[in-house]
Design a protein around this ligand. Structure first.
Ligand code: BTN
Length: 327
């Protein structure tokens, strides 16, 4: 608790020298506790400079993700009920699947520094370089009453919004969402989300898989994606605190999940629309192999993107079955 208080205080003042008196005043802690907390944070990998004249300076970034750091001070109710970090795995979605039958695993968040077989939507690969991304899967085990209000479509919307909120909150980046849930900046992809359902012994489970480009430089993207992908570091031109982003992401997912479980879906609907530039745009979507062209008029939290078809009528498109037609 004391450590996370000091961490929060320093994080908000990153890159500035702060005297121990100011930290004591801001946190209500005595100097002995502050020094112990700073020692602990340094041991955990945070870079905190110490000067007899100026005090302390938090230069931010824990070198690696680790479960203790992510759990430290995490105030979520459900998402992040457990946190596991792998240095290397095939896919965090596979690990989440492995836990799907465990009654205690609802909300489990699995992170990896590297995936050998990361998966994207529509059977694509999701490639990464060790330590440069947030690669995470959240397992949700829905009891029967929640199966009425939550489905893959609503989780897909929710996850896109949660990623967008977390990135905006941490870095003040103007993110947009491209349907179904690509998080974009200036037309380039910053993050991707996929939602999978898994049937388990006693419930219906969903896995929300999220990949966020964080620390990549120009040479870290493969040739095929270099012109269409972007990382947070490329945007803000400095190293980023992935632990802080991971925590914000879990918090944001948790809050939106609470909202939809309690029936506040209109809030999610409005937030998604505020991030989306597709409304009123003409598009061609492919659904189960058939093409549909028309004007996008809305999104439904439970049913998907809604198009006024050129051929007449209105159709909802669910991300499981549909995608935007490539030119
Ligand atoms: C997309 O295609 O845009 C969705 C990409 C989702 C990638 C993430 S990375 C963590 C999780 N594990 C995976 O294998 N995939 C998802």
């Amino acid at each position: 608790m004391m450590t996370s208080k000091v961490l929060d205080y320093l994080r908000e003042r990153a890159d500035k020298w702060i005297t121990i008196e100011a930290i004591a005043c801001g946190t209500g802690l005595v100097s002995g506790d502050i020094i112990n907390a700073i020692d602990k944070l340094s041991q955990q990998g945070y870079m905190i400079d110490n000067s007899p004249s100026y005090g302390f300076r938090f230069s931010g970034v824990a070198g690696a993700l680790n479960a203790d750091l992510i759990e430290q001070g995490l105030l979520t109710k459900r998402v992040g009920s457990g946190v596991i970090v792998f240095d290397n795995t095939d896919s965090t979605n596979n690990i989440a699947k492995y836990y799907a039958d465990d009654p205690d695993a609802d909300g489990l968040a699995i992170f990896a520094e590297h995936q050998n077989a990361g998966k994207g939507r529509q059977d694509r690969n999701w490639c990464d370089i060790h330590g440069k991304s947030i690669l995470c899967s959240i397992l949700l085990r829905l009891p029967p009453d929640q199966q009425q209000v939550i489905n893959g479509q609503s989780l897909s919307l929710l996850a896109g919004v949660a990623v967008a909120d977390a990135v905006r909150f941490c870095f003040d980046i103007d993110v947009r969402i491209k349907w179904p849930n690509d998080v974009m900046v200036n037309g380039k992809k910053l993050a991707g989300v996929m939602v999978q359902s898994v049937s388990c012994d006693d419930c219906l489970a969903y896995i929300i898989g999220i990949g966020i480009n964080c620390q990549q430089g120009d040479d870290d993207f493969d040739d095929e994606v270099r012109d269409i992908a972007v990382s947070i570091r490329q945007l803000i031109k400095k190293n980023i605190d992935r632990v802080n982003l991971a925590q914000e992401l879990l918090c944001s997912l948790d809050i939106w999940l609470g909202d939809i479980v309690d029936g506040r879906t209109e809030k999610l609907h409005n937030r998604w629309l505020s991030y989306c530039d597709d409304i009123n745009r003409r598009m061609t979507l492919v659904c189960d192999g058939h093409e549909f062209t028309g004007r996008i008029i809305d999104v439904s939290v439970s049913d998907g993107l809604i198009m006024q078809l050129d051929t007449g009528g209105v159709k909802a498109f669910n991300p499981d079955h549909s995608s935007v037609k490539k030119d």
